[in-house]
Ligand binder design. Sequence first.
Ligand SMILES: [Mg+2]
Length: 108
Amino acid sequence: MEINDYQKKAMTTLNPSLSKKEVLVNGVMGLNGESGEVIDLVKKHLFQGHDLDKERLVKELGDVAWYLVECAYALDVELEEVFSKNLEKLKKRYPNGFEEEKSMKRKD
Ligand SMILES: [Mg+2]
């Protein structure tokens, strides 16, 4: 599946009555809420003796993806652009791959 295809398909399940501003707010809130669900699964695994529920983790990461797409949609940006710009930033930051020293001396 292509990245932008996912965005188009995912956004067919967006509430059509929301304004763009509401879509952005819903997206940011959802992104943080779903990230919290991911954190909770890992927390329970690390500190409460639970097995790591990989299947559920994958589903929650999918929920994170949906809200990421919603945020991009609210900004009229394709997901591919979000990913490309992130890769450009990382390439500048770590041109030879991750380096601890470059991480510590980051300016951005
Ligand atoms: Mg969820």
